[in-house]
Design a protein around this ligand. Structure first.
Ligand SMILES: NC(=O)c1ccc[n+]([C@@H]2O[C@H](COP(=O)([O-])OP(=O)(O)OC[C@H]3O[C@@H](n4cnc5c(N)ncnc54)[C@H](OP(=O)(O)O)[C@@H]3O)[C@@H](O)[C@H]2O)c1
Length: 250
């Protein structure tokens, strides 16, 4: 930490969405342990009340799908060193011939559109030297069966992060795209298929903190899993398609 004029280390501030569960909860714990102040955003009042008992934490209860709630809650914030937009949800399209348009809308809204509201509220407050991280998914390396909604939202995030990184360079704001493999959280506890190389949320948070400390753009883990996906994506379409067809099936 940089020292203040009086020689004491200057406390850094993280704004984190989806902070009360899974990867977000583990990130919250690790940044608090590093001495950061955490502005923890979530929906669930009971989970937020538990977080609020800790030192150096400020909680904000809001539904990220409500643009006005996002703008109002973030309006008074300042001095953000790091913003991690982590909140998200996952639902699969079980019967593609009877495509559930409402499910598609829900997932795209929560995972992608809400990020637009956050960017509108937060980017004007982010100073030179600060960092912005978007949580995507390794699902955007390859198209998977049943993942039309989730995968499309995460592919959108990957494009958004890459494009933001170009334009925010001139403001000296570093952008990171975080693409986890399978992580044990309430989100994946609902899954009904095999999840290879699944790691804990604490391990995931450690990878993320390390990647962000190095200001990496593409933070993906566990490498063994994500590099296999990246390699498969280079194969001819016929081959990766047959691999993808067998994944995420019940
Ligand atoms: N777990 C994995 O294997 C995995 C893999 C790749 C990517 N990811 C991504 O990692 C991120 C975190 O997921 P996780 O696994 O930690 O899942 P999680 O435990 O279910 O956490 C998701 C968080 O997002 C919050 N959230 C969802 N919708 C919201 C809304 N409309 N407004 C405000 N908050 C909202 C939830 O708040 P409530 O507690 O109030 O519901 C929850 O705290 C997600 O973006 C997910 O897509 C996860």
């Amino acid at each position: 930490m940089k020292p203040n004029q009086d020689g004491r280390p200057q406390q850094k501030t993280l704004l984190l969405t989806g902070a009360a569960s899974g990867i977000g909860e583990a990130l919250c714990a690790q940044y608090l342990a590093l001495g950061w102040k955490v502005i923890a955003c979530g929906r669930n009042p009971e989970k937020l009340a538990l977080l609020a008992t800790k030192e150096n934490i400020q909680t904000l209860q809001l539904d990220l799908n409500e643009s006005q709630q996002v703008l109002d809650n973030f309006a008074h914030l300042e001095g953000l060193d790091l913003v991690i937009l982590n909140a998200g949800s996952c639902e699969y399209i079980d019967d593609v011939k009877h495509f559930d348009g409402k499910l598609f809308e829900r997932v795209i809204n929560t995972n992608l559109i809400s990020i637009g509201y956050c960017l509108q509220a937060l980017l004007p407050k982010m100073a030179a030297g600060s960092q912005l991280a978007l949580v995507g998914s390794s699902a955007s390396f390859l198209p998977f069966s049943r993942a039309q909604a989730y995968g499309a939202s995460k592919a959108g995030i990957a494009y958004l992060a890459s494009s933001l990184a170009i334009d925010l360079k001139q403001s000296d704001i570093d952008v990171s795209l975080i693409r986890p493999g399978f992580v044990k959280t309430p989100l994946t506890d609902k899954n009904d298929f095999n999840m290879p190389m699944r790691i804990t949320s604490e391990q995931a948070a450690t990878y993320i903190v390390q990647g962000l400390q190095k200001r990496q753009f593409d933070i993906h883990f566990p490498k063994k899993f994500t590099l296999i996906l990246k390699a498969i994506a280079f194969l001819p379409e016929r081959l990766w398609r047959s691999f993808s067809a067998r994944t995420l099936q019940k």
